[in-house]
Design a protein around this ligand. Sequence first.
Ligand SMILES: NC(=O)c1ccc[n+]([C@@H]2O[C@H](COP(=O)([O-])OP(=O)(O)OC[C@H]3O[C@@H](n4cnc5c(N)ncnc54)[C@H](OP(=O)(O)O)[C@@H]3O)[C@@H](O)[C@H]2O)c1
Length: 321
Amino acid sequence: MTFLEFLLILLVLYYVGYIVLWILLDCNVSLWYKSRFGVSLSTMRGQVVWITGASSGIGRALAVSLARHGVRLVLSARRVKQLEDVQAECLEAARGLLAQNDVLILPMDMLQLENHQSHLYTVLNHFDRLDVLVNNAGRSQRANWTEIEIQVDRDLFELDVFSVIHLSRIVVRYFLEQNGGRGHIAATSSIAGFSPVPFSATYCAAKHALNAYLSALKVEQRKLDVTIFAPGPIATDFLLEAFTGTDGRKLGGSTANQKRLTAKRCGWLFAVALANKMDVTWCGLFPVNALAYCARNPTLTKIIGHFMTEKRLNNIREGKL
Ligand SMILES: NC(=O)c1ccc[n+]([C@@H]2O[C@H](COP(=O)([O-])OP(=O)(O)OC[C@H]3O[C@@H](n4cnc5c(N)ncnc54)[C@H](OP(=O)(O)O)[C@@H]3O)[C@@H](O)[C@H]2O)c1
């Protein structure tokens, strides 16, 4: 065997191994690698992380994962009772690493942009520092493209994009003034943010826009860490509150009995991505993980597009396979 043939075989084995990992793993390969060999979540101990949408689902699971390692938290959302439950769960998970004062409940409606600045002051008055902002609050959507009322497009963008960008700008200005531009902005995007899925046009567009805003931020602010965390289908209650195509009407759906990654696993992977300051990461069960890889490659996207009907894609997204 010539040296060239040997190199060729190595190359083929590398790609075959890589594709097998797409199939076997529940997240992208580099996130999996960091979860095994990257820095531990304990390196974040003592840092202050502000999580929006912390009252349930992914935000809640992320908060608990971080609390377990002594990360101080600001928990924000509108439902105060649920936030109190999350605070209690965090303190229990921390097993003495955190005191009540280390997990601040900050009730907040993301849509009230006029209050964002004073919410940041509340965080700083309490902790005297902020290290990471996690923009997690958001709502999904189920609707036919042709039937979406323009007010729904506006309302969804207001929550999933504009409120996030507004709060992030305020926090980035603080990072610039206080830390010379060092700090960490993260957001829960979605695999729908780089791969269009059927029956969620506004949501897909919103998450694409969010990704673009945050990628542009990273290009301008080189000292800033920016993490785009993109889950596939996760077992949370988010279909209850999802937008439809009709102004003011919520879906009221459920993810029960669907094949979805657990919120606990998703929250832990998100925490790994934060500790390792990763830029773009994603998670999801097969075949979502493999499809996410394909979606990031225009040629593969085209090939897959030929074989996937919108019904099949929707079944994968709804965990019905
Ligand atoms: N579950 C999935 O399959 C999936 C997949 C990809 C991406 N995501 C993204 O993950 C994020 C979290 O969703 P989830 O699945 O964990 O669903 P979830 O359990 O419904 O969580 C949504 C969170 O957003 C908060 N929220 C909604 N509207 C708000 C507002 N106006 N002001 C402040 N907080 C608000 C909710 O809190 P309150 O109601 O208490 O305010 C709740 O804590 C979202 O950005 C979603 O797009 C989810």
